[in-house]
Design a protein around this ligand. Structure first.
Ligand code: HEM
Length: 269
């Protein structure tokens, strides 16, 4: 009787709702970041010059006289993304089954209910858990080497640094986690829910599946492109790419134009 009385007088805390909101907000930002990140990464599919142009532009190389980008930009981006990544993971841990018994109940529910949304939640939990480790390795590597993003150094990391396996695991986890997460956010906050809720949910599910297939495809093709470049560059691993491309004109320039442009003259194409 006494404990009931105390309980009913206590005002309901808003903290869980606020933490849920923070988890959605960090998830939304990280999800949109990964959409852009894998697109920029995927530019390697179109060759070293395009990747060099994209990474140079992201590092604001057009502001520098030398045409070189500013690694400090990467350093700041990694710092901000790492803080969001750790905050999101911490908030996610609140919902993790933290004992074998809880895990058993969760796993049984997935099997017994055969309910898609419950299964998707389970995929979120598993992929989130794997990214605790795989994502942290990648983020620390970029944090410690902010100036090492170029067609050769990235490809060397994938092949000579054996990061291809980590990237494959991370790719599958982040593409599933981010896109199932964005889909669940739309349902949770009622975004894009037209007049017919059932119809819009089906549309969202179709869009989610297509986005997952698209990003898995460009991710795998990207790792393949890095692997081909890295295999050809193994004996020169660690040598920077010198064919820095700082303008669209240089991107479309004919190979024979190489000699005329002093910057390209020392290219190691
Ligand atoms: C600002 C933070 C980040 C930076 C600067 C960054 C940078 C890069 C770079 C340069 C590559 C190309 C390969 C290499 O050079 O080693 C890459 C690949 C990749 N990154 Fe990140 N990354 C960041 C955050 C993340 C996060 C948070 C995730 C997921 C949790 C992630 C997932 C991946 C994946 C899956 C690949 C392989 C891409 C592919 O399939 O082509 N990255 N990242």
């Amino acid at each position: 009787m006494e404990s009931y009385t105390i309980e009913s007088n206590k005002k309901k805390s808003r903290l869980p709702a606020r933490l849920d909101f923070a988890q959605s907000a960090t998830g939304l930002i990280l999800g949109l970041f990964i959409w852009m990140h894998l697109l920029f990464d995927g530019s390697i599919i179109f060759g070293k010059k395009v990747f060099s142009f994209v990474t140079g532009t992201l590092e604001l190389s057009f502001l520098s006289d030398t045409g070189h980008g500013y690694p400090i930009i990467v350093f700041f981006a990694v710092t901000v993304i790492s803080i969001l990544f750790i905050t999101h993971a911490l908030l996610g841990m609140r919902k993790f089954p933290n004992s074998y018994k809880q895990h058993r109940i969760m796993a049984d529910q997935v099997i017994i209910t055969d309910h898609m949304e419950t299964k998707l939640w389970y995929v979120q939990a598993i992929t989130g858990f794997i990214m605790f480790f795989a994502g942290s390795v990648h983020l620390y590597t970029m944090f410690a080497n902010p100036g090492s993003v170029d067609p050769y150094l990235s490809a060397d990391r994938v092949v000579s640094g054996n990061m291809w396996l980590l990237y494959l695991v991370l790719l599958v986890c982040v593409v599933l986690h981010a896109n199932i997460g964005l889909y669940r956010l739309c349902l949770k906050w009622g975004w894009f829910s037209g007049k017919d809720a059932k119809k819009s949910r089906l549309k969202l599910q179709m869009l989610r599946n297509r986005i997952i297939i698209f990003y898995l495809a460009i991710g795998v093709l990207g790792i393949l492109a890095f692997t081909i470049i890295g295999m050809g560059h193994r004996d020169k691993a660690g040598e920077r790419y010198l064919g820095q491309v700082t303008s669209v004109e240089m991107l479309v320039e004919m190979p024979q134009g190489l000699a005329q442009t002093p910057y390209i003259a020392d290219s190691n194409e």
